[in-house]
Ligand binder design. Structure first.
Ligand SMILES: C[S@@+](CC[C@H](N)C(=O)[O-])C[C@H]1O[C@@H](n2cnc3c(N)ncnc32)[C@H](O)[C@@H]1O
Length: 285
C-alpha cells in the first residue's frame, strides 16, 4: 500500500508526518496529497524550469508503448539478476526517475505472485509521469521530486533502481542502507539499431558509461540483455520514437523516413549493472 512514510521536508529536511491528506514538518511546511494519492516534494526554488522532466506527451507515448509489454524481458532480467539475499519481504526499493511507473508496477505484480512483499516508492521530476503512475498503481508511494536532492533521510532504502534515467550517485548512496544495492539500466551499443539507422546518416561509436567505475559504489555484476520485438503500426512506431531522445535529436529527413513505416522489427540491447554501496571510512574522509 502507498504509505508515503519516512520522508523529509524538501525545504528544511525535517521529518514529515502524515496528517490526513497532507504531509507536514515541524516548521509547518505542508504538502497536500494530490487526488490520485501522490505528493509533490519539489519546491519551486528547486525547479530549473516551470515544467521539468518528461512532458505530458512523452509520458503518454511511453505509457502506451510500455503497456504493450515489448519491454517485459527487461522486468524479467531485473528480477533474475537482483543480487542474492537482497530480494526478500520487507525490502525497501526506490525507483529514482520512475517515469510512468511501469517497472515498479510490474516488479510488484510478479513479487506478489511469489509472496514476496516489498515496499515500493517511485519518484520522478515530471508531474505528468507521477500523475500517470499514481492513477495506474495504488500500491506504490509516488512522489514528484528530483534525484538531485532526495527528500528522504539517510539509509531509507535497501535498493535504488534507476532505468534509462539521470543518476545522482551521492544522493543514491546517502539514502541507501550500508548493505544497500543500486541497479543502473542503460542502452547497449545495438539498442534500437534498426530505427537509428533510418533516423541518422551515420551511427556514433558506442561509449560505455561509467567505464572508470563509480566513487560511491562497487560493481557487483554486469549483464547484457538482447531481444527483438516487432511493431506493426505507424502509431506504435511513433510511440516508441516519442519516448526516446531520438525524437529531438534526429533530422527532419530521418523522422520523415520513419513516418513512412508501418512495420519494423527492432533489437533491444540493454545493460544491467548492479552495484553495492561502498562504506566510507569515517577516519579517512
Ligand atoms: C528516459 S525516462 C525513463 C523513465 C523510466 N525509468 C522508464 O524507464 O520507463 C527518464 C525519466 O527521468 C525523469 N527525470 C529527469 N530528470 C530527473 C531528475 N533530476 N530527478 C528525477 N527524475 C528525473 C524524466 O522526467 C523521465 O521520466
Amino acid at each position: 500500500m502507498s504509505t508515503l512514510e519516512n520522508l523529509s521536508c524538501p525545504i528544511d529536511l525535517a521529518p514529515l508526518q502524515r496528517r490526513e491528506r497532507s504531509l507536514i514538518c515541524q516548521h509547518g511546511h505542508t504538502y497536500d496529497l494530490a487526488k490520485t494519492g501522490y505528493v509533490n516534494l519539489l519546491p519551486v526554488q528547486n525547479k530549473r524550469s516551470k515544467d521539468p522532466g518528461d512532458s505530458k506527451e512523452m509520458v503518454a507515448a511511453r505509457h502506451a508503448f510500455l503497456k504493450q509489454q515489448h519491454y517485459f524481458p527487461i522486468v524479467q532480467a531485473i528480477l533474475s539478476t537482483w543480487p542474492q539475499g537482497h530480494l526478500r519481504s520487507g525490502v525497501r526499493v526506490l525507483d529514482a526517475g520512475c517515469g510512468e511507473g511501469y517497472y515498479l508496477s510490474e516488479i510488484g505484480r510478479i513479487l506478489a505472485d511469489w509472496h514476496v512483499d516489498i515496499e515500493r516508492m517511485g519518484l520522478d521530476i515530471s508531474k505528468w509521469a507521477i500523475t500517470a503512475a499514481s492513477k495506474a498503481d495504488k500500491n506504490v508511494s509516488w512522489l514528484v521530486a528530483s534525484n538531485a536532492s532526495l527528500p528522504m533521510p539517510e539509509q531509507r532504502f535497501d535498493a535504488v533502481i534507476c532505468l534509462f534515467g539521470f543518476p545522482v550517485f551521492t544522493e543514491f548512496s546517502r539514502v541507501l542502507s550500508d548493505d544497500g544495492v543500486l541497479l543502473l539500466v542503460e542502452s547497449g551499443a545495438n539498442h534500437l539499431i534498426e530505427l537509428r539507422k533510418i533516423l541518422y546518416p551515420s551511427i556514433h561509436e558506442y561509449k560505455p558509461t561509467f567505464a572508470a567505475g563509480l566513487v560511491d559504489f562497487e560493481l557487483l555484476s554486469e549483464q547484457s540483455e538482447t531481444f527483438s520485438f516487432e511493431l506493426d503500426s505507424q502509431a506504435q512506431i511513433q510511440q516508441l520514437l516519442s519516448m526516446t531522445p531520438h525524437i529531438h535529436k534526429a533530422s527532419y529527413e530521418g523522422r520523415e523516413a520513419v513516418a513512412l513505416l508501418n512495420t519494423i522489427t527492432l533489437t533491444a540491447d540493454i545493460k544491467l549493472r548492479w552495484y553495492r554501496k561502498k562504506i566510507r571510512d569515517v577516519n579517512n574522509v
